[in-house]
Design a protein around this ligand. Sequence first.
Ligand SMILES: C[S@@+](CC[C@H](N)C(=O)[O-])C[C@H]1O[C@@H](n2cnc3c(N)ncnc32)[C@H](O)[C@@H]1O
Length: 310
Amino acid sequence: MISKKCSTFAVPKGIPNARVAESVDALVSNTSSFTGVPVRPRPRVQRKRVQKQSLFCFSPLPYFYVILQPKHNKKNRMSQKNKLFKFAQNETFPHMFQPKLMYGSPDDFELKGRWKSEFFHNENPITVELGCGKGEYSVAMANEIPTGNFIGVDIKGARMWRGASDSLEMGMKNIAFLRTRVEFTPKCFGKNEVSEIWITFPDPHLGAKSTHKKRLTSSRFLTYYQNFLADNGIVNLKTDDDTLYEYTKQVIARNNLPLLIDASNLYESEHYTGFLTLKTHYEKMWNKENRTIKYLRFRLPQDIILEEPE
Ligand SMILES: C[S@@+](CC[C@H](N)C(=O)[O-])C[C@H]1O[C@@H](n2cnc3c(N)ncnc32)[C@H](O)[C@@H]1O
């Protein structure tokens, strides 16, 4: 039953009533499901004003109103409400994991090395999409390849909600979402646990050279992937950004990584078939700006020490 207090629950368009009822029920009956939401306490004085506009108006969670305080403009207020709705639903999804991991802590995620046996319940290969956003690739591949397992990783829960919600609605059992920093993936996957990596339209980090190490194809990140990607496992990069594309080619050349495909203009190349024709949210945005889409596919050996290009 949805309690009276929650009957004013604002529902974004397109969410089936049954799903809303389910998640509201879960929230009302189990307030501990909010523990995954970061808490940033604010001064008490702000609370009252915020409560009035908040989506969840029941009392056990005063701090919750505070962290999700809507801004004083109608559009922002709606998007904050949608975010709150999505965060709350994420907590109830059986295939969404939001481990609390910390730099310098020896703690690993409980499914590390056990994804196949404890979650997927099969021995099919695992493909991971890093910085998955809405998880378009993970969902499409999981749908098309029932003999594979797929995990979308991102730090932004509201974006991942899209893929998590769609895949749940479609009853898919071979997909999961992991909300964490890519930096923590070695804490989440065991040695050889992953067969393939997809990186679609990552942030290019175009600042000073010191920021290059934040690129998901830098030697620093590839070294993280060596911890869990099978020896000579495959890494796919799709990008609109010339600098990131050239930089990744330099990383590949510097470390003699086997380059399988180099398409400087994917749409004009022979490789523009199958999954590569799938367009992510960001890809569609860059299409509108007529940017050329590039694609690299290479192997990552496990036992080499990776170096940055000069
Ligand atoms: C430009 S968006 C691309 C999203 C999606 N792949 C697409 O093509 O629409 C980059 C995504 O990477 C995520 N991201 C960037 N750095 C990350 C990190 N270190 N750990 C986890 N996610 C990260 C962001 O949250 C964002 O969703």
